[in-house]
Ligand binder design. Structure first.
Ligand SMILES: [Zn+2]
Ligand SMILES: [Zn+2]
Length: 203
């Protein structure tokens, strides 16, 4: 009987230990942000004049006054750098005052007046959405080398997309090469608009 009791007691201790560990890790990693919070941040920022788009939002929500977020804001590459910086500084400050969210913004300049960049971006958008309608692109830029032109961009992949990353990557590279042998796609796959580390790590 003593043996059985010992097993039961140690099983109980192990169970409690794992529970405490899980809760601690959840607090460290942050809870997954609610859809409501994500929408609130997005619509707040889209309201500012000069913001052309946003992406790569990451939220770490540890409760009131302990909410941290980062995201990329797209601005016109021709805009004055001091003005653009002022814009994102204002958004960061307003976000803290109005919503109690500590926000850090990364600035992404978007080239709007280069016809070649625009043509390639539109073509890439078309190709990517033909592969899967739920896919979208951002951070598109072109780096011209001697023999190649690299089209560099991120592909946003949501849970709706059932293809695997390798298939998507290979297919995009192939189809872009078909336009012109000189073109090479350099792709980064974004798994989700919002990172939810606590969900991924703690099962
Ligand atoms: Zn970006
Ligand atoms: Zn600053």
């Amino acid at each position: 009987l003593d043996g059985y009791m010992g097993v039961i007691v140690s099983a109980f201790i192990m169970y409690s230990g794992i529970k405490v560990l899980k809760e601690t890790i959840n607090n460290i990693m942050g809870r997954a942000p609610s859809k409501e919070l994500i929408n609130k941040i997005e619509s707040f920022i889209q309201g500012y004049e000069g913001v052309m788009g946003i992406h790569d939002l990451v939220v770490h929500d540890y409760g009131p006054q302990h909410c941290f977020a980062s995201l990329h804001v797209e601005v016109d590459a021709n805009a004055d750098i001091l003005e653009s910086h002022d814009l994102i500084d204002n958004i960061e400050r307003d976000m803290l005052i109005d919503h109690g969210i500590h926000l850090v913004i990364h600035l992404d300049p978007i080239v709007t007046d280069d016809p070649f960049v625009k043509e390639m971006k539109d073509l890439t958008k078309k190709i990517v959405s033909e592969i899967d309608r739920s896919l979208s692109i951002h951070d598109f830029r072109i780096v011209k080398g001697k023999a190649h032109k690299n089209l560099i961009f991120d592909v946003l992949m949501t849970e709706q997309c059932k293809l695997n990353e390798k298939t998507i990557q290979d297919e995009i590279i192939k189809r872009i090469k078909e336009i012109d042998m000189e073109l090479y796609a350099v792709i980064t796959i974004d798994r989700s608009f919002v990172s939810t580390p606590s969900k991924k790590l703690i099962k």
